[in-house]
Design a protein around this ligand. Structure first.
Ligand code: NAG
Length: 268
């Protein structure tokens, strides 16, 4: 398989995987129902240093029955046993702007770490990281070139895909890096350590797609793409069945900085 084919497969299978795990489902979709109003962030900035927190911080919602630990390292999302899917999201929404998340992704075959902007009408701008580089061989990539999922959804419909990032000694499972998404009515950019790895202009999106334009919350988490109950292609996409030998597998997020382009009072 060529790198190009591999990358387009990533996009397609990413979609299947996420539906399997139900992560795309908002609790209420205002396109199809009357939903309760949500909090739009009224400020132009929100910053949190998770290394200073000792328990679940204000403004974050932890998924039911899941555990996120707050230690001197930051917010820790651990896959330690079958069924774990630790994740949390902001209780407020941003409209345009940028976020920077300083994080170290979880290692492990079949383990997916993610940072996702998602809206109640199923717009999404994703980062998805595989703990074993989606099973590509050799692993770790000797050229330091990692493939990073950067899917986009508008109203639940995906257009792909992936970006690659290369830097001397880039080791996302053992080093902290800054992952950012910048998004407004004109463009989306994904950055690793402030270098653009993918850029999409609103003026050149695929025919039939809608540029994401609804308020987004930020969701961070780890899930088991390689759970043996998932379908075959999801498991392949995730790099293979979970290998418990190296468990627990932990993603650590040190800090999040959100710049909100259109704070609530000033929104259009
Ligand atoms: C957050 O991001 C903004 C915009 O880039 C920057 O001005 C600010 O210094 C950052 N805050 C922290 C604490 O890093």
């Amino acid at each position: 398989m060529s790198k190009g084919e591999f990358i387009s497969l990533l996009g397609i299978l990413g979609l299947a995987a996420r539906f399997v795990n139900g992560q795309l489902e908002p609790d209420c979709n205002p396109l199809h129902a009357d939903c309760p109003t949500k909090n739009a962030w009224p400020e132009d900035n929100y910053y949190i240093d998770f290394t200073k927190e000792t328990g679940p911080p204000e403004n974050w919602i932890i998924a039911n029955n899941e555990v996120v630990k707050f230690t001197a390292q930051g917010a820790e999302f651990t896959y330690g046993k079958r069924g774990d899917a630790p994740n949390m999201w902001t209780d407020f929404y941003m409209l345009g702007g940028r976020y920077d998340a300083v994080m170290q992704i979880a290692p492990g075959q079949g383990i997916i770490s993610n940072a996702i902007l998602s809206s109640d009408i199923q717009d999404e701008i994703d980062w998805e990281f595989s703990g074993n580089q989606h099973g590509e061989k050799p692993f770790p990539p000797p050229d330091g070139k990692w493939t990073v999922g950067t899917n986009i959804y508008s109203q639940g419909q995906m257009w792909d895909g992936a970006a690659t990032y290369q830097k001397d000694a880039y080791k996302p499972t053992t080093q902290f890096h800054t992952y950012s998404v910048e998004w407004d009515e004109n463009h989306m950019n994904w950055y690793v350590d402030n270098q653009v790895v993918r850029s999409v202009q609103a003026s050149s999106i695929p025919a039939g797609s809608i540029f994401p334009q609804s308020p987004m919350k930020l969701q961070l988490g780890v899930w088991a793409g390689g759970d043996p109950a998932n379908n075959y292609w999801t498991i392949q996409w995730a790099g293979g069945e979970i290998d418990m030998k190296g468990a627990p597998y932990t993603m650590v997020v040190r800090s999040v900085n959100i710049t909100n382009k259109y704070p609530a009072e000033n929104s259009r």
